[in-house]
Design a protein around this ligand. Structure first.
Ligand code: Q6P
Ligand code: ZN
Length: 688
């Protein structure tokens, strides 16, 4: 199951033929530099190359009107003067005698990609296309877009393959208003877009790009707009929106296909976006979407105008689709206040539609909070760029580090000569345990050590850990006599390195022993139904779910809203995932967990299971090998109110130590403010 790449050089063969400052950034080189970077990094060769084709008229008419199509159809025969005049009807777009041909290829490329993924020829893929699509409307071109490639692909997938739910993630820095208009009353297509907005001062300056546009009629709740009201958004701002909004909603929606409007003008250096997210953020955004819809993900290029950051971002995306582990994101700071305000507004506006956003008591209802933020924002908020400041394009950033996949993807330690599943390496070592380690074990596990098989798999486990440390093996799974004993061995060993950080995820109850140390070398998150008496500190986070890990939506709430932000901020170099005895975790969410955790620590995830509890070895190994986790059942039951409350209490208690847990603006405390007070605040602000 590979990754498709759809590309045709023909789509570089049109350009702006006159002077127009608004359009001069949309150049053919956008495509050539992206493709060449894929070749140079050996990624192109690893993809399944799929030819582009022209879309048929019937396909274009899935979204566009006949009148519009007839109009565009004439452009190849127009004189320069006619082309200019035709162009004038629309905003920020240009026509060229060859653009109709390219626009048909762009749509056709998206459909070819869709076909390859839906028929199972490949798992996922990317289409490098020009012209882009997300601004184009039923009867209008806009923002460099002629036909709406992704919107057509969504309708096509529904019609041809009977796909019931499509998620469109638009991470381009502009609002894809064309996609929004196309699906705003359609609950079968969930459209998510974040976009530079600056309280409507940024193109396309639409009132309907704001967070309170949630969709219409049956489609209410299925249109999610995240307006960025300031420039300079960073990795942590983007990730926060994924953790606290997009991912929970996406899992609740349970798409059968994910389409990405993959614009890279949201990356650093882009003259349009003026954002500060690094190109490797797209590896993580991609990875976080890859376990939805059974892995069926099609990314279609939209914007991206910095000819350095664009190809870097494209490579990050494709390399992740190919299964290589994302690089670690270090020094993720706190999300900025403006981003948190936007996040809070969107969450409030959508609270009535998504059970994952329905929080514990004490939070404002959507009406009040929306009103408050709306009036608190307003004019004068726009960030002024000082003259001495560098323009977006002059900004410098380091080239993303090389991503090397270890030669072995997954290795297993199994008891008693069991054969490993296909594709996994088996490790069995005859070496002795280090004497110091043995002494340590004797101290803690005296009685268990009387059982002679207790230590049997530990030497192999240590070999596995060492090979993971040397990056010879990416991840692994060990079935051991006692998971707590094995956990101690591993932590003892890796803790010897000076600045090691291990994220320990314990699923299920029981004591995690003395491993939950407070020196920062481990961060332990334990998800279970048991209310342990253990004192909780910064580095030990017990998550108590009423039904434990058997409740899919409660578990997902903890995974997305707590574990992911904690893990990203902690930035481990190893993840130790422990299935505690009698964990009672249901298979679906376990695999999601295994899949998602591979975004940390360059994919170095080590799973521990106890002998006799190894029913899940097969599915776990498959996910460790890179197979997408199967989709969760639809509809997902609403989480238990107690669980929502438990997660929320923990989140708000920990958010001062771990800022990626924040999901509301600082001014949340002032919810009781009357409009009067806000007006006063505003006056004070503008006077000072
Ligand atoms: C932005 C037009 C230009 C103003 C010049 C899929 C890709 C896109 C198009 C942006 C058009 N304004 N300073 O379209 O969203 O990147
Ligand atoms: Zn854009």
């Amino acid at each position: 199951m590979g990754t498709a790449l759809v590309y045709d050089e023909e789509m570089t063969k049109y350009k702006l033929l006159w002077v127009d400052p608004a359009c001069k950034i949309e150049v053919p080189e956008r495509l050539t530099v992206s493709y060449e970077a894929l070749v140079k990094n050996g990624l192109c060769q690893r993809c399944v190359s799929i030819p582009a084709r022209e879309a048929t008229e019937a396909e274009i008419l899935l979204v566009h009107s006949e009148e519009y199509l007839e109009g565009v159809k004439k452009t190849p025969y127009m004189t320069l003067e006619d082309l200019k005049e035709f162009t004038l009807q629309y905003g920020d777009v240009y026509f060229h005698p060859n653009i109709y041909h390219c626009a048909k290829l762009a749509v056709g490329s998206a459909l070819q990609l869709c076909d390859s993924v839906m028929t199972g020829k490949v798992r996922n893929g990317m289409a490098l296309v020009r012209p882009p699509g997300h601004h184009s409307m039923r009867s209008a071109a806009s923002g460099f877009c002629v036909f709406n490639n992704v919107a057509i692909a969504a309708r096509y997938a529904k019609q041809k393959y009977g796909v019931k739910r499509v998620l469109i993630v638009d991470w381009d820095v502009h609002h894809g208003q064309g996609v929004q208009y196309c699906f705003e009353d359609d609950p079968s297509v969930l459209y998510f877009s974040w976009h530079r907005y600056e309280h409507q001062k940024f193109w396309p300056n639409l009132r309907e790009s704001d967070y309170d546009n949630v969709g219409k009629e049956d489609g209410a709740g299925f249109n999610i707009n995240v307006p960025w009201n300031k420039v300079g958004m960073k990795n942590s701002d983007y990730l926060s929106v994924f953790f606290h909004l997009l991912l929970p909603v996406a899992y609740e929606f349970c798409p059968e296909l994910v389409l990405v409007c993959a614009g890279f003008d949201s990356a650093i250096g882009d003259p349009e976006g003026e954002m500060c997210a690094s190109p490797d953020i797209f590896a993580h955004l991609t990875h976080l979407l890859m376990n939805l819809a059974g892995g069926k993900l099609c990314a279609v290029l939209e914007g991206g105008y910095n000819l350095t950051s664009l190809p870097q971002s494209v490579c990050q995306t494709v390399q992740t689709l190919l299964g290589d582990p994302p690089t670690r994101l270090s020094d993720l700071g706190a999300p900025c206040e403006s981003a948190l305000e936007s996040l809070q507004c969107v969450r409030s506006a959508h609270r009535q539609y998504w059970s994952c956003l329905r929080q514990a008591a004490g939070l404002p209802d959507s009406h009040v909070s929306a009103k408050r933020i709306r009036s608190a924002g307003g004019e004068g908020e726009r960030t002024e760029v000082g003259e001495e400041e560098k323009s977006a394009e002059e900004q410098a950033w380091p080239e993303p580090p090389q991503r090397v996949s270890p030669p072995v993807r997954c290795a297993l330690v199994l008891p008693g000569g069991e054969a490993p599943p296909d594709g996994c390496e088996q490790i069995s070592s005859r070496e002795e345990l280090h004497p110091l380690m043995l002494t340590k074990l004797r101290e803690h596990f005296q009685s268990e050590l009387d059982n002679c098989s207790a230590l049997a798999s530990l030497p192999s486990l240590m070999t596995l850990v060492e090979k993971m440390e040397k990056n010879e093996i990416r991840n692994g799974l060990a079935v051991v006599h006692s998971v707590t004993m094995a956990m101690m061995c591993v932590l003892q060993h890796v803790g010897d390195a000076p600045s090691s950080r291990t994220l320990v995820v314990c699923v299920g109850g029981g004591s995690v022993g003395s491993h939950a140390r407070e020196d920062g070398k481990t961060l332990t998150v334990q998800i279970s139904s048991e209310d342990t008496e253990k004192p909780t500190g910064k580095f030990y986070v017990p998550v108590h779910l009423k039904k434990g890990c058997g409740d899919a939506s409660g578990f997902m709430q903890a995974l997305l809203g707590l574990l992911l932000p904690l893990g990203y901020q902690y930035n481990p170099d190893l993840v130790l995932l422990v299935q505690m005895p009698n964990a009672g975790v249901c298979g679906g969410v376990w695999q999601q967990l295994v899949g998602v955790l591979q975004g940390f620590a360059q994919g170095h995830v080590l799973v521990l299971m106890q002998e006799g509890e190894q029913a899940r070895v097969g599915p776990t190994a498959s996910t460790l090998l890179g197979d997408p986790a199967p989709p969760l059942e639809h509809p997902l039951q609403a989480p238990l109110p107690e669980d929502v409350e438990a997660v929320e209490t923990l989140r708000s208690r920990l958010q001062s130590d771990w800022s990626l847990l924040q999901n509301t603006g600082e001014s949340t405390a002032s919810f009781q403010y009357e409009n009067q007070t806000i007006a006063e605040l505003k006056i004070t602000k503008s006077v000072s």
